[in-house]
Ligand binder design. Structure first.
Ligand code: FCB
Length: 464
C-alpha cells in the first residue's frame, strides 16, 4: 500500500537537544530486529526450516515472491552490524533467536553451531557496551512442529519451554533481560486466523487455541528462564492498540464492537499475563471459560506468574465499527479513521498521541498489576533513500507522546525503535523500509540514514 496523505507531518523537533529531557535517568535507548527478517543463512550451519521458510515458497504469499533466504545477511555481517549499533550509542539491542537454528526440528537434537552464533552476538554486544535483549519467539516456528499442529497443539507450549531452557543454559550467564514471545496476537490472527503470515492457516475464530498455547508456552519458558538465570528480567512483547470509533459511528452496536475488538487484540493477551484470568470472550462464542477444554486447570497460574515488565509494541490505533453483516463471523468491522492523518509508506496512520492514550489506559486498567513498561517496537516504513525527515518526525512525535505518558505517571523504562536495518517485512517482502540504516538488498551494503544520526544525537544528549 502506498497511500499517502497530503497533510504535512507533525513538525519534527529540529534538534534532539530540543526534546524536553523528560526521560528518567537510566532510561534505556534501544533498537529491535527479528531473526527471520535480518539473518538470512536460511540453511546454514544445520539450521532447520521454519514455517516462514515454507510459507515464502507458497505462490502469492509474499509480495513479488521475496524470501528471507538472504535478507540482510546479518548472520555473516554480525560484526559490522554491532559496529553500527555502537556508533548509534544503543544501550540495548533487541534481537530474536531463531528456534530452528538452535533446535532444527524444534525439539531433541541441539545444533551447537546455531547456539554459537547467538553466543558470538551476545559477546559482541557486551563488548560494545550494549545489553543483549533476546526474544525467543518472533514467529519462526520450526516447520517440524508445525507439521504436528504448530501452536494449535498444546504440546508446542512444552517444546517452547524446553527450547527456552536450552538457550538460557548457553546465554544465561550474560543475558539478563529476556522476552519470551513477540506479538502473540499478530501471530494468532495473521498466521492462523487469516492466513496472511506463516503458517498460512485461515481458521478465523478456530485459531483461538493459538492464543492460549502461546501464553502457556510463555509461562513454561518463563519458569525455565527463572530456574536457569538468577535475576532474570522477563517480558512479553505484546502488540497493543487503542481502539477508536469514528465520529459518525458511535451507537451502542459500535461501542460493543469496540469492546469486542479490545478483548481480542489487547485483553486476550494482557489480562491472563497480568491478572491471571481471561477476559469475557462471549462476543466470540466461547462462553465456556475453559474454551471447550483448551484451558486446563493450573494453566492460568503458569501464565500469570509475575512478569518483570510488559513490552509494548505500538504502531497505530485501530478504528472499528459494528459489523455490517453480524452473521459473517466477527463481532466488529475494521474501519478507516475520518481524520486525514499523515500515513507511513505502508499506509499506516501516524498517530503519536495514541501512544500516550494507550499507556495511560493500560495504567488505569491494570493499576498495580501493571509492571514497568518497555516500548519494544515503534517506528515506520518510509520510501527508500537516506533523507528520511518523515521518519525523524515520526520518532520525535512518538517520543514526545511517550514522555507525556511518563509525566502522567506511567512507569516506562525504555524504548526500542523498529528497526535498526531495513529488512524482510513479512508478507510485504523488501517493499517496506523501516530501518535507521538503509540496506541495499543486492549488495548487502548498509548506509545510515538521517534518522540514524538524529537518534544517535538524541541518545547522546540524554546520556550526557
Ligand atoms: C511488528 C512485528 C515486526 C515488524 C513490525 C513492522 O508487528 O513484530 O516484526 O514487522 O511489525
Amino acid at each position: 500500500m502506498t497511500a499517502r496523505s497530503t497533510r504535512p507531518s507533525p513538525a519534527p523537533n529540529a534538534a534532539p537537544g530540543d526534546l524536553p529531557p523528560r526521560f528518567p535517568a537510566g532510561f534505556l535507548w534501544g533498537a529491535s530486529t527479528a531473526a527471520y527478517q535480518i539473518e538470512g543463512a536460511a540453511e546454514k550451519d544445520g539450521k532447520g526450516p521454519s514455517v516462514w521458510d515454507t510459507f515464502v515458497r507458497r505462490p502469492g504469499a509474499v509480495r513479488d515472491g521475496h524470501t528471507g533466504d538472504v535478507a540482510c545477511d546479518h548472520y555473516h555481517r554480525l560484526d559490522e552490524d554491532v559496529a553500527l549499533m555502537r556508533r548509534l550509542g544503543l544501550g540495548a539491542y533487541r534481537f530474536s533467536v531463531s528456534w530452528p537454528r538452535v533446535l532444527p526440528t524444534g525439539a531433541g537434537r541441539v545444533e551447537p553451531r546455531g547456539l554459537d552464533f547467538y553466543d558470538r552476538l551476545v559477546d559482541a554486544l557486551l563488548g560494545a557496551g550494549i545489553e543483549p535483549t533476546p526474544t525467543l519467539f518472533h514467529w519462526d516456528l520450526p516447520q517440524a512442529l508445525e507439521d504436528r499442529g504448530g501452536w494449535l497443539d498444546r504440546e508446542t507450549a512444552y517444546r517452547f519451554g524446553e527450547y527456552a531452557a536450552v538457550v538460557a543454559e548457553r546465554l544465561g550467564d550474560r543475558v539478563r533481560r529476556w522476552i519470551t514471545l513477540n506479538e502473540p496476537f499478530v501471530h494468532m490472527s495473521f498466521g492462523y486466523g487469516f492466513g496472511v503470515h506463516a503458517p498460512g492457516r485461515a481458521l478465523l475464530l478456530d485459531a483461538l487455541p493459538v492464543a492460549h498455547h502461546q501464553l502457556l508456552g510463555h509461562g513454561l519458558a518463563a519458569a525455565a528462564l527463572r530456574a536457569a538465570v538468577p535475576g532474570a528480567q522477563l517480558l512479553v512483547a505484546n502488540n497493543c492498540t487503542p481502539v477508536r470509533l469514528r465520529a459518525d459511528a458511535r451507537g451502542a452496536a459500535d461501542r460493543a464492537a469496540a469492546e469486542a475488538y479490545d478483548v481480542l487484540h489487547n485483553r486476550l493477551f494482557n489480562d491472563p499475563l497480568l491478572l491471571g484470568r481471561y477476559p469475557d470472550l462471549s462476543a466470540y462464542g466461547t462462553p465456556d471459560p475453559a474454551w471447550g477444554g483448551v484451558v486446563r486447570e493450573g494453566d492460568l497460574d503458569v501464565i500469570g506468574a509475575p512478569l518483570d515488565g510488559l513490552g509494548v509494541n505500538y504502531y497505530n490505533p485501530t478504528w472499528v465499527t459494528a459489523p455490517a453483516d453480524p452473521s459473517a463471523g466477527l463481532p466488529f468491522d475494521l474501519a478507516e479513521p475520518e481524520e486525514a492523518y499523515a500515513r507511513t509508506a505502508f499506509g499506516w496512520p501516524v498517530v503519536p498521541e495514541g501512544l500516550t492514550e494507550l499507556l495511560t489506559e493500560l495504567a488505569s486498567r491494570y493499576g498495580n498489576a501493571l509492571p514497568p513498561v518497555w516500548i519494544t517496537e515503534n517506528g515506520c516504513s518510509q520510501p527508500a533513500g537516506l533523507r528520511d525527515g518523515a521518519r525523524i518526525a515520526y520518532l520525535a512525535g512518538h517520543l514526545d507522546a511517550l514522555a507525556r505518558a511518563i509525566a502522567a505517571g506511567v512507569d516506562v523504562r525504555g524504548y526500542f525503535t523498529w528497526s535498526l536495518l531495513d529488512n524482510f517485512e513479512w508478507a510485504e517482502g523488501y517493499h517496506q523500509r523501516f530501518g535507521l540504516v538503509e540496506v541495499d538488498f543486492a549488495t548487502g551494503a548498509r548506509t545510515p540514514r538521517e534518522s540514524f544520526d538524529w537518534y544517535r544525537k538524541l541518545i547522546a544528549a540524554h546520556r550526557g
